[in-house]
Write a protein of this length. Structure first.
Length: 337
């Protein structure tokens, strides 16, 4: 066991104290964080008080938040025992999901075991990626289970990031031969023609978020070599016309900016042994006025077809800065007026 729990009598009708004892003082220091910042975040999010007493932590608060804090602390300590570090995102993840998951994912890479109740982990060359919300966890499961997936929701919910992570994981395991990442090269208030350079120079800035995600999962030199060998392709949507994409993991990002004809063209590129993921945000369409979004049409036409999965995200699934969720909620509230 990572720790033992002692619960003394309640100090107030609705307030009680739970004391957790941790055997390794060095891991306890990492658990608390510099200047106890990890504990402060848990206190702030759950409305409890956490006191350090030697190799023990006393959690004071109402029963629900107190039990949640204990679970979060236990899970984070187990993470440290497994040789993993703790970052701000890991704390946020445990605060959202800690009570619903126990233990760590199996080390043999068996996906069925991964989703049988344990913690979900996507292994890549540079890092292990974990879903941080229940919606993200369900989305990752769909990416492994289905050949055609849609991820729809606001910015910052991890739609593309998780899709690329799963693609890299499948590529490493030999389940696909190629990774193909694409986006519509649609301007958001600026014109491509105003950018300097040839076509590649003009298009690459629009593909940069895909490069960023890829470089998070593969060492830079390895990613560059795979791109040079065409085993990883990052290209505008228009470059997909006329191709059959077989034995590949294919991601179309910013799909709300694909027209209906472009979306149909892209979806019909799906070949044998391939998986395809389409991600987009209905609220950020940059198409000219009067041009229908292919994402909306695909959702309407394909939603009832078996083996095509639709995953939806809300502002509650935003895993960027907390202000991003607040900004999205403010715009959503204004749109509803």
């Amino acid at each position: 066991m990572a720790s033992s729990i002692l619960t003394p009598p309640a100090v107030a009708p609705d307030i009680a104290e739970t004391v957790i004892e941790f055997p390794d003082n060095f891991l306890l220091i990492d658990l608390c964080g510099a200047h106890d910042r990890n504990l402060a975040r848990i206190e702030d999010m759950l409305g409890v008080q956490i006191l350090r007493r030697g190799n023990r932590l006393a959690v004071v608060g109402e029963e629900g938040p107190r039990k949640a804090a204990v679970t979060v602390l236990e899970n984070l300590y187990q993470r440290l025992e497994a040789g993993r570090g703790i970052e701000a995102g890991d704390i946020d993840r445990e605060l959202r999901m800690g009570s619903s998951e126990k233990g760590v994912a199996p080390q043999d890479g068996d996906q069925m075991e991964m989703f049988s109740g344990g913690r979900v982990e996507i292994k890549t060359r540079r890092k292990v990626v974990e879903p941080r919300t229940e919606a993200q966890k369900a989305y990752v499961k769909s990416l492994f289970d289905n050949e055609l997936n849609f991820g729809i929701g606001p910015a910052g919910t991890g739609k593309t990031y998780l899709a690329v992570a799963v693609g890299v994981s499948m590529f490493i395991e030999g389940k696909v031969d190629r990774i193909i990442l694409s986006r519509p090269a649609v301007e958001a208030g600026e014109k491509l023609g105003y950018l300097p350079g040839d076509m590649k120079d003009k298009v690459d800035p629009y593909m940069q978020p895909l490069y960023d995600a890829l470089n998070d999962f593969l060492p830079g030199k390895q990613a560059a070599k795979l791109i040079e060998e065409k085993r990883i392709e990052i290209a505008p949507l228009a470059f997909m016309r006329g191709r059959t994409l077989s034995n590949a993991f294919v991601v179309l990002d910013e799909a709300q900016n694909a027209t209906t004809m472009q979306m149909k063209m892209f979806l019909t590129r799906l070949g044998e042994g391939s998986r395809m993921v389409i991600t987009g945000d209905r609220t950020q369409v940059d198409l000219p006025r009067g041009v229908d979004s292919g994402l909306a049409d695909a959702e309407r036409l394909l939603k009832g077809i078996p083996k095509i999965s639709f995953s939806y995200f809300t502002s509650k699934d935003v895993v960027r800065h907390p202000l991003v969720a607040a900004i999205i909620e403010a715009y959503e509230a204004d749109a509803e007026k």
